[in-house]
Design a protein around this ligand. Structure first.
Ligand SMILES: Cc1ncc(COP(=O)(O)O)c(C=O)c1O
Length: 421
């Protein structure tokens, strides 16, 4: 490797595509079913992000302007959960990598800032996107405000109605937020005609945002998860964690838990560790923690599927519950996606990662335990990783190192906790 994995201020993102024992199956054009060509994506994304999407280069330099923004909150803290350890009576050592310190409250700005910057460099003036719980929408709104772009967000109806604070956050950053499905797009109108009472889904909101971006030259689309370039940007989390664990005298975690919606925080934390498993003989186990209500990895099929309801996105080889699957309106809105990132799916398929499904009840119970021992109220999404880690920790061997990806804080999600108090 030219750049070692593990740094407190990474200068490069790490691309696991370089080290997979088999290449990730390519995305296909939804019309021709032929492998996608870079030009097929040009109406939606800037060239540099398309290059990253298809790249198999091991390290990709983080632009200086992006590193300067990261430096406002990165490195994010790696914290020993000693009080949680005592509450559990575990023999293991638990650490968590806390992404809730970003201005938006989650890991999502790691890619939002990069995506907004590359778009701004190419002269794009407006970005469209979808959001579930609103963490991604708020993050892209923040990033667009930093680089002088406007931003239009379609938020899944169930979250739009139950989580107004994220919408206010987007508006504070100067963005516009619509409930999805909306009557502003053909995709939204089609769904509303079929099912006026729908709770919405990320697949529907993606169709709306893509439709609007595809219709204008100066508007691009940004996705908060799933795509390869998003996994890439998030690897700052794991690159820092490798260095921080070393500082704490730990060469490698025995097991890494991350929640998985589209897969980005999990990939960001775990890919550098999987890279070390593949190239340096390390042996960290990685567990993707998903909601039992949307069990993409544990119950989905591994096949080509589209990323949205209208079928306008490329086809990706991934674990999927089917693009028209509408998950129940669980509180962890960011985990309500029918598919899983192709890179995460590939890692699962190759046996480099496992999946576990967590019930909403167990997730919130773990969230409360975590809040009452460590003080941080985890985002409802993050509680899934906490729950799986807590269960594991109860049986851990002496000294075993457990690493949790705490992808965000839940201070704007407190109403979701109310039912579990
Ligand atoms: C705090 C938080 N964690 C996790 C997720 C799930 O997304 P991903 O699997 O891409 O990390 C979200 C999505 O909105 C989120 O807001």
């Amino acid at each position: 490797m030219t750049t070692p994995i593990g740094s407190l201020a990474p200068t490069h993102w790490y691309n696991l595509a370089a080290d997979f024992p088999e290449p990730v199956p390519p995305p296909l054009h939804p019309g021709t079913r032929e492998p996608l060509r870079p030009e097929d994506l040009e109406h939606l994304f800037p060239r540099e992000l398309i290059n990253q999407e298809l790249s198999t280069e091991r390290f990709i330099e983080i632009p200086q302007a992006v590193r300067e923004v990261y430096a406002k909150w990165r490195p994010s803290p790696l914290i020993r959960a000693d009080r949680l350890e005592r509450a559990l009576g575990t023999r293991g050592r638990i650490f968590y990598k806390y992404e809730g310190v970003s201005p938006a409250g989650s890991h999502k700005p790691n890619t939002a800032v990069a995506q907004a910057w590359y778009n701004a460099q190419e002269g794009t003036t407006r970005l469209t996107t979808e959001t579930g719980a609103g963490q991604w929408g708020a993050s892209l709104a923040l990033a667009c405000s930093l680089f002088g772009m406007s931003c239009e967000v379609w938020q899944v109806r169930s979250s739009y109605e139950s989580k107004p604070y994220r919408r206010y956050q987007m508006e504070v950053y100067g963005s516009t937020c619509h409930s999805s499905p909306s009557d502003l797009t053909r995709a939204g109108r089609d769904v509303l005609a079929r099912d006026p009472q729908t709770t919405g889904s990320l697949g529907m909101a993606i169709s709306e945002a893509v439709e609007v971006a595809a219709a204008s030259d100066d508007v691009h689309y940004a996705l908060g998860s799933v795509l390869n370039h998003v996994m890439l940007h998030q690897t700052v989390i794991g690159l820092e964690a490798v260095a921080q664990l070393r500082q704490a005298g730990v060469d490698q975690p025995d097991v890494v838990f991350g929640c998985a919606g589209g897969g980005s925080n999990l990939a960001g934390l775990s890919f550098p560790f999987i890279g070390r498993n593949l190239t340096e003989g390390a042996s960290s186990r990685v567990v993707a923690c998903e909601p039992a209500a949307c069990p993409t990895i544990t119950q989905g099929e591994y096949r080509y599927d589209v990323g949205d309801v209208a079928g306008t996105t490329p086809m990706m080889k991934m674990y999927t519950l089917g693009a028209d699957f509408v998950p129940p309106a669980i509180h962890a809105g960011g985990l309500r996606y029918h598919g899983m990132a192709p890179m995460v799916s590939h890692a699962v398929h190759l046996g480099l990662m496992d999946g576990v499904a967590v019930s909403q009840e167990d997730a919130f119970a773990a969230g409360l335990l975590f809040a009452r021992s460590e003080g941080i109220v985890p985002a409802p999404e993050s509680t899934h990783a906490v729950a799986a880690a807590v269960e594991y920790a109860r049986e851990a061997r002496q000294g075993e190192v457990i690493l949790i990806g705490l992808s965000g804080n839940g201070v704007l999600d407190l109403p979701a906790y109310e039912a579990y108090l």
